[in-house]
Design a protein around this ligand. Sequence first.
Ligand code: SF4
Length: 212
Amino acid sequence: MLKINEIFYSIQGESTYVGCPTVFVRLTACNLRCTYCDTKYSYFEGEMQELDSLLKEIASHKASHVCITGGEPLLQKEVHTLMSVLCDQGYKVSLETSGSKSIELVDPRVKIILDVKTPDSGAADSFIMDNIRFSTPGTEYKFVICSEKDLDWSEEFCRQHKLFEKFDVLYSPSYGQVSERWLAEKILQKNSSARLQLQLHKYIWSSETRGV
Ligand code: SF4
């Protein structure tokens, strides 16, 4: 049994799977309280669901990608079974986690997106350093940048732990705090090896773009 906040079918807005039609499975509960969190409704709300019924609901969308997200999905141990069964069934599975819980037991077939928390997130000390060792070559590191201080901190973190050499590193502007253009210019100025990531779903589903 897993406590599920919501399941929905949409376009993946983040990571290198951006643009892929994807079933999102959002698990209830989070151990962090980031300043910019836009999924506070996932902290407590949700229904317990059996694995079989969950798999049926996912299959009903006929998608090839499934994204396990939260909240913090690794707070519920049975998520490992869910991810492995989905991989066995041929899905491309991704996991969005803050890195504040160990990824050691995650099925190696799963693409992990580790959202390393920056100082302005309010949760900067939450990352478990051993997760760098447990990462696979397909693991992606994401940093939500709220300020220049965050950007400098992220650059230092990546250099210190040689993330640029080993993994895809994604910088995402914190919505309403820094602009996409500001971050693009800073990445160029600093000769960063990070990739600029825009939250595609926010553009697709924003009020300005809803018309046909
Ligand atoms: S880890 Fe994610 S869900 Fe949890 S508080 Fe931070 S932004 Fe919100």
